[in-house]
Design a protein around this ligand. Structure first.
Ligand code: BTN
Length: 335
């Protein structure tokens, strides 16, 4: 008689992995795993083989059991979920090896009813987009490319606050990752050594009084080496690797960004824009600098004095104080 194949329970692969991860450098016996998870020894072995096929290096030693030695450099659910310290953001993850743009995928999901906090993450983008119609260099498995669907209870006029909020969350995660001198160029570029490390692309759909959804797209150059950037970006872009001189585990970093994003969203929902504005000012690379603004209503030059309660940049020019709501900022020199 042929044995019936054992049904594979949903999620048991994740449980085997979590069990191995929890044991750290120690071996766990196949028996302990099967007892604890209620699986047959054959099923445990099947999951170990499936995990190996996905790039997990799992050692097996007679009489000792299994030991997890290496996890693959991926941002999938298996790698990211256990690191997330959130209630909504990233709890539903849509992972892709390759997409055109995670923002486009997230917008499609939002239109189909995706919930607040659903996140799209990709290892590579073939049509990564930046602000103002620019492209975003997105080489495979070097960096972090993700987009979060948000459903904030906000009037459309307040949506720009979320863009500044996202840059605060990213800058915080970048500083925690060891680039203490990172700062924000208005409205939401994260810079280090005067070069661009990360960007935020916010898109939304709204009714007259209420935002329907906002998609916050975040791109961070994590482990890109100079050669990974197109030649025209080499003088103006940087990465965590180039700034620290050592690579950063991408899953840990992505989890830190999503966790910081949720913390700031919660704070914004409870206390409004005030705390975000204060943090943005503290992290700013722009305030107090002489700046040139292009691409907005008019070109102007002056000293960036502050951001107002709506996140607009206030620039002191030769003719008075200008309120800038859109445009590209060029940092000229310290005032
Ligand atoms: C900018 O600074 O111009 C914004 C860059 C935003 C890039 C990210 S990468 C993930 C998400 N998907 C996109 O196509 N763009 C954003």
């Amino acid at each position: 008689m042929t044995a019936m194949p054992e049904p594979v329970r949903a999620g048991s692969e994740e449980l085997v992995l979590a069990f191995l991860a929890e044991a750290g450098d120690d071996y766990v016996s196949g028996e302990a795993i099967s007892d604890k998870l209620g699986l047959s020894r054959a099923a445990v072995w099947k999951h170990v083989r499936a995990l190996r096929a996905q790039g997990y290096r799992i050692e097996a030693a007679p009489a000792r059991g299994y030991r997890l030695r290496e996890i693959p450099d991926r941002l999938g659910e298996l790698e990211l979920r256990p690191l997330l310290n959130t209630h909504d953001v990233g709890q539903t993850l849509h992972w892709y090896e390759e997409v055109g743009s995670t923002n486009d995928v997230a917008k499609g999901l939002a239109e189909e009813g995706a919930l607040h906090g659903e996140v799209v993450v990709a290892e590579r983008q073939t049509a990564g987009r930046g602000r103002r119609g620019r492209s975003w260099s997105s080489p495979a498995r070097r960096n972090v490319y993700l987009s979060a669907v948000l459903r904030p209870d906000l009037p459309p006029a307040r949506a720009p606050e979320l863009t500044l909020l996202a840059s605060v969350a990213v800058c915080q995660a970048v500083r925690q990752a060891g680039v203490a001198a990172a700062g924000i160029k208005w409205p939401n570029d994260v810079l280090a050594s005067g070069r661009k490390l990360a960007g935020v692309l916010t898109e939304m759909a709204a009714e007259v009084e209420r935002v329907q959804w906002v998609v916050i797209g975040i791109g961070v150059n994590v482990n890109a080496a100079a050669a990974d950037f197109p030649e025209e970006l080499r003088g103006v872009a940087t990465s965590l690797l180039l700034e620290r001189g050592a690579p950063v585990p991408r899953a840990l970093f992505a989890a830190a960004v999503l966790t910081a994003l949720e913390e700031w969203l919660d704070r914004h929902a409870d206390e409004g824009f005030g705390p975000v504005r204060a943090a943005w000012r503290e992290m700013s690379d722009t305030l107090g600098r002489e700046v040139r603004i292009r691409g907005g209503a008019a070109e102007l030059t002056g000293v960036a004095e502050d951001i107002d309660e709506a996140g607009a940049l206030l620039v002191r020019t030769a003719t008075g104080l200008e309120r800038v709501v859109a445009g590209d900022v060029e940092l000229l020199r310290p005032a």
